[in-house]
Ligand binder design. Structure first.
Ligand code: NI
Length: 283
């Protein structure tokens, strides 16, 4: 989730519960849900009706080590490849609903999970990995890394690596900082010491503002170019509602879907390796 800093501060100040409630929004799992919820999800897969276009199997291996590069926000390829990324989950209903949509279409995506949510909903995280998606690190509590000292920053990242490993048996290979915010030295330390490239994005539909599924879809379709990394949030039901039309339209345009690690491992269309691209402005 991303909030403008001013918006966040206003919201945080207005809520006695502080950061957690502000950062997670109304439809998110909160601490009280954690106490009440014993099963991992109440969502049930509906009967699928009609024919859905499927992405062909691409036969592109998932790399085991990341390519050189501290930060990526897109990859300069000429073929129509795109990486869809979904942040702030796992969510007990929205994430399984999105997973159904991706499975129907044979589409692989990347989920930047919050470690605390993985601890709340480990079975959903397990399903993400079991269905061939990539899982990435989005910190443990979604605090802006810029507010943290070195030890606290490493703790946020390490605890999420541990939570994902416990739940899924795999370790995240890349990191997306909450709000896309970091200090230069943090980004370098995360890469050098922890082996995690920082992944930003080239397309931001501002879906966390909940503009409605049609607008989310329209903004993504307008923004995607070959090698794009699309930011969105499976935390929000509107974003998930936008996905069938968005994914189907991208497929009709000829796009094929890769995980972030697959995309950043690709050579550019001119034979040059994928390179570090300057980070977009964040708010
Ligand atoms: Ni986020």
């Amino acid at each position: 989730m991303r909030l403008s800093r001013r918006g966040f501060l206003t919201l945080a100040a207005s809520l006695s519960a502080g950061f957690t409630a502000a950062a997670y929004g109304a439809d998110a799992p909160g601490p009280s849900d954690a106490v009440k919820t014993t099963a991992n999800t109440t969502y049930r897969t509906p009967q699928i009706s009609g024919v859905v276009q499927r992405c062909p199997d691409l036969g592109i291996p998932m790399p085991t080590t990341p390519p050189p590069g501290v930060t990526f926000s897109r990859v300069p390829v000429t073929d129509q490849y795109v990486a869809m990324t979904f942040d702030d989950g796992p969510h007990p209903q929205n994430t399984p609903r999105l997973l159904d949509m991706l499975r129907e279409r044979n589409i692989r995506a990347t989920f930047y999970v919050i470690g605390r949510n993985v601890d709340l909903y480990p079975a959903v995280a397990r399903r993400v990995v079991a269905e061939g998606h990539e899982i990435g690190n989005h910190s443990y509590t979604h605090r802006s890394l810029t507010t943290l000292g070195d030890a606290a920053m490493r703790d946020e990242i390490r605890k999420t690596q541990d939570a994902v490993l416990r739940a899924t048996g795999v370790l995240p290979r890349t990191l997306r900082p909450p709000y896309g915010a970091f200090r230069q030295n943090q980004r370098q330390a995360i890469y050098t010491d922890m082996g995690l490239p920082t992944i930003l994005w080239s397309v931001d539909p501002l879906d966390w503002k909940r503009p409605g599924p049609a607008i989310v879809s329209q903004r993504i379709l307008a923004g995607v170019t070959p090698g794009a990394i699309v930011l969105s949030h499976d935390l929000h039901s509107q974003t998930v509602d936008a996905m069938p039309a968005t994914l189907d339209a991208l497929m009709l345009k000829g796009y094929k879907f890769l995980s972030v690690s697959q995309l950043i491992a690709m050579k550019g269309g001119d034979g040059t390796p994928a390179t570090t691209v300057a980070a977009p402005a964040t708010h």
